[in-house]
Design a protein around this ligand. Structure first.
Ligand SMILES: NC(=O)c1ccc[n+]([C@@H]2O[C@H](COP(=O)([O-])OP(=O)(O)OC[C@H]3O[C@@H](n4cnc5c(N)ncnc54)[C@H](O)[C@@H]3O)[C@@H](O)[C@H]2O)c1
Length: 325
C-alpha cells in the first residue's frame, strides 16, 4: 500500500511537461492534439498575447474531462526550464502566394527573441522549432541557444514525408504506414523525394506497381511528389492556413522523445558534413529519442538525388545568410 513517504516513481521524476510558445492556429491545435494523445502530464501555453494563451489554455483544459488527466494552463518563460520539450510555433504563416522563405526575416527576429527567453530560463529539455521557414529558423534557434545540436531541431519534412506516404498509400491502395519513403532537404520548394529507396514490403515501387497492377510511370509519380511539395499552397489557397496535419506530426515527434522510441523521422537538424553539406539545417532520416536527435542515417542516394539535396542545402544556406546578415 503506498504511503506518503513512498519514493517518487521513475514516471513522476521524468518530466513530461510540454511548453508551446505561440498559441496561434498551429500551437493551439498541437496542444489540443497532444492533450488527446495522453502523452503529456502538463501542457503550458505562452504567447506574445497573454489573453490568447489564457483563452486557448482554458478552452483546451475544458476538454480534459472528456480526454486524459493533463494539467493545461497559460504560463511564463520560467516554465521552459523543466519542460521536456519546448515547441516554438510563434510567428506568422504563409499568406496565399507567399513561400515559406518569404517569412524568414520577420519570423527570424521572433524566434531569436523567443529562444533568448527560453535560454534565460535554463532549459533542461529539447527545443523543437515549427515556425517557418523551419530549417532557417532551426539554425537561428541553435545558434542563439548555445545548446547541443541534438537538443535543438525542427519539425523539418516530417509533415511532407507524411503527406508523401499518404499520397503513395492512396495510389497503391495500402495503409500509408506500410509505405516507407522519405522527403529530405528543405521543408519547402526545394525538398527532395528519395525515390531510390521508397518501398512497400521491402520491394521497390516498380515491383509493387507490377504486382498490384498500378501505374508507376514518371508522370504519375511526378504528380504525387508535386502534390506533396505543393500541399501547403493548395490548402492555404482554400482555407488560409494549415494546422491539423502539422499538429499531428509534432505530436508524433514529441511521442518519440517522451517515450524514448528512437523513431526514424525526417526532422531538421544541423548537418555535420555528410552528403558534402555542413552548417545548414535540413531534414535527413534521424533517430529521435529522449536525447532528441540521437543519430542521423546516411542514405545511399543516386547522383541525381545527391545533387538535388545539395541544391536544397544551398537554398537554405542563402536564406540563413540573409536572415543573419
Ligand atoms: N513546420 C511546419 O510543418 C509548419 C506547418 C504549418 C505552419 N507552420 C508555421 O507555424 C507558424 C505559426 O503559424 P500559425 O498559423 O499558428 O500562425 P498564427 O498567426 O495563427 O499564430 C502565431 C502566434 O504566434 C504569436 N507570437 C508572435 N510573436 C511571438 C513572440 N515573440 N512570442 C510568443 N508568441 C508570439 C502570435 O501572437 C500568434 O498567436 C508559422 O510560421 C507557420 O508558417 C509550420
Amino acid at each position: 500500500m503506498p504511503t506518503a513517504q513512498a519514493p517518487a516513481t521513475i514516471i513522476e521524476r521524468v518530466s513530461s511537461r510540454i511548453v508551446v510558445v505561440g498559441a496561434g492556429k498551429v500551437g493551439s491545435t498541437f496542444a489540443y492534439a497532444l492533450l488527446l494523445s495522453g502523452l503529456a502530464t502538463e501542457i503550458v501555453l505562452i504567447d506574445a498575447d497573454p489573453a490568447r494563451a489564457e483563452g486557448e489554455a482554458m478552452d483546451i483544459a475544458q476538454a480534459v474531462p472528456f480526454s486524459r488527466p493533463t494539467r493545461v494552463r497559460a504560463g511564463s518563460w520560467a516554465d521552459c526550464a523543466e519542460a521536456a520539450v519546448t515547441v516554438i510555433a510563434a510567428g506568422s504563416g504563409q499568406r496565399p502566394g507567399q513561400s515559406r522563405l518569404d517569412l524568414a526575416r520577420a519570423n527570424g527576429a521572433i524566434v531569436d527573441d523567443v529562444v533568448g527567453r527560453i535560454v534565460e530560463a535554463g532549459p533542461n529539455g529539447i527545443i523543437l522549432v515549427a515556425t517557418n521557414p523551419v530549417d532557417v529558423l532551426t539554425h537561428v534557434a541553435l545558434s542563439r541557444s548555445g545548446l547541443p545540436p541534438s537538443r535543438v531541431f525542427g519539425s523539418g519534412t516530417t509533415l511532407d514525408t507524411g503527406r508523401f506516404r499518404a499520397l503513395l498509400g492512396s495510389h497503391f491502395g495500402v495503409d500509408p504506414r506500410s509505405v516507407h519513403a522519405f522527403i529530405i532537404g528543405e521543408h519547402g520548394d526545394s525538398e527532395v523525394p528519395v525515390w531510390s529507396s521508397a518501398n512497400i514490403a521491402g520491394e521497390s515501387l516498380a515491383t509493387v506497381a507490377r504486382s498490384l497492377g498500378r501505374p508507376d510511370d514518371d508522370a504519375v509519380l511526378g504528380r504525387i511528389f508535386e502534390q506533396t511539395r505543393d500541399a501547403a499552397y493548395a490548402i492555404i489557397e482554400r482555407k488560409g492556413a494549415t494546422f491539423y496535419a502539422v499538429a499531428a506530426a509534432l505530436v508524433r515527434i514529441v511521442e518519440a522523445i517522451l517515450r524514448d522510441q528512437r523513431t526514424v523521422l525526417s526532422v531538421s537538424s544541423v548537418v555535420d558534413g555528410r552528403h558534402g553539406i555542413r552548417d545548414v539545417c535540413l531534414s535527413l532520416p534521424s533517430i529521435v529519442g529522449r536525447g532528441g536527435v540521437e543519430e542521423v542515417i546516411t542514405l545511399s542516394l543516386t547522383d541525381d538525388e545527391e545533387a538535388a539535396l545539395r541544391r536544397s542545402a544551398d537554398v537554405v544556406r542563402d536564406a540563413i545568410a540573409q536572415v543573419t546578415a
